[in-house]
Ligand binder design. Structure first.
Ligand SMILES: Cc1cc2nc3c(=O)[nH]c(=O)nc-3n(C[C@H](O)[C@H](O)[C@H](O)COP(=O)(O)OP(=O)(O)OC[C@H]3O[C@@H](n4cnc5c(N)ncnc54)[C@H](O)[C@@H]3O)c2cc1C
Length: 278
């Protein structure tokens, strides 16, 4: 019995052990909140897993001179606790503190969230896109770094053979905000998400859950560039520059996800401005 359990699941203590296990065809197990629900989604559980939750190097949040370094195995709860006193990262902390429900937030990790390839409603994806984060990976060829947008676009191809080790958020982020619209009650997947950040003087706006992959809203960023930010004006521009193709899903139709964006932009702009003035 012990042998069967060991064969099905091994626990890595180092990044190298996890990387070697991936090479042998094992899938990563982090918090398990997504992997273990595979049967609920009509999918098969992975046959062989490597747990990464005990790798110390993946479980840290560090403030370096130019970056915040967040390990892949940091849970939503731990991220909230570690960064709640950093006002510049209010957007990211809000994403961590308001996603899912308290039980999921205690076990679900940043890496697991970003590596759920078919999950469009990630709160971290738009929050990290807005902050200009870089994603760090350990691949069979060695360490690799990808900008967040490229990681999201390529993760289906990259991930089966790569371990996400963490993300780095530049300390040039001056202020950030995150607004989401859950459909019925806390714990539901968000219908649409808007994250904003001011990075090195530039306004970044990212949208999640509306299309299959989160992305920056560049036409709106350009229209707002150089203007004094105003929530009502930002919402008006969001309505006229809405170039999203909403995805149909269980929580909402695609048209509805598009329609709620101007209101989320108004709220997010107001939250960003109130954070900036603190
Ligand atoms: C009820 C419920 C509500 C939810 N609501 C929200 C929500 O509102 N917002 C939101 O953002 N999320 C939501 N989620 C998703 C949740 O955030 C994810 O389930 C969670 O982040 C996955 O993290 P995990 O550590 O449990 O990953 P796991 O389930 O362990 O793994 C998830 C996937 O990522 C892979 N993986 C994990 N870590 C790595 C790594 N370091 N490198 C490479 N691959 C890796 C695994 O192999 C697997 O494919 C919800 C989940 C549930 C169950």
């Amino acid at each position: 019995m012990h042998g069967i359990v060991e064969e099905r699941l091994i626990v890595a203590e180092t990044i190298e052990e996890a990387r070697d296990a991936l090479r042998q065809g094992r899938a990563v197990l982090a918090g398990g909140s997504w992997v273990m629900r595979a049967p609920v989604r009509g999918q098969a559980l992975p046959e062989r897993l490597v747990s990464v939750g005990r790798i110390a190097a993946l479980s840290r949040v560090e403030v370096e001179e130019n970056e915040y370094v967040i390990g892949a195995a940091v849970t939503h709860f731990a991220l909230t606790e570690a960064l709640r006193d950093v006002p510049q990262l209010t957007g990211l902390v809000t994403a961590a503190a308001t996603s899912a429900n308290p039980a999921v937030r205690r076990v679900a990790t940043l890496g697991g969230n970003l590596c759920c390839v078919d999950f469009a409603a990630s709160d971290f994806a738009p929050a990290l896109l807005a902050c200009g984060a870089l994603v760090y990976l350990e691949t069979a060829q060695g360490p690799a770094t990808l900008p967040m947008a490229e990681f999201l676009a390529r993760r289906a191809e990259v991930l089966p053979r790569a371990l996400l080790t963490g993300v780095r958020v530049p300390r040039s982020v001056r202020a950030s905000a995150h607004q989401r619209l859950p459909m019925r009650k806390a714990g539901d997947y968000p219908v649409a998400i808007v994250s904003m950040a001011i990075c090195g003087g530039e306004l970044h706006i990212a949208v999640g859950s509306v299309e299959p992959i989160a992305r920056r809203w560049t036409v709106l960023e350009q229209a707002l560039d150089g203007r004094t930010l105003n929530p009502e004006r930002a919402a008006e521009l969001a309505a006229t520059l809405n170039d999203f193709k909403g995805r149909d899903g269980i929580e909402a139709d695609g048209w509805y996800r598009r329609e709620v964006l101007p209101a989320l932009v108004r709220r997010c702009t107001a939250a960003l401005l109130s954070g900036e003035s603190k």
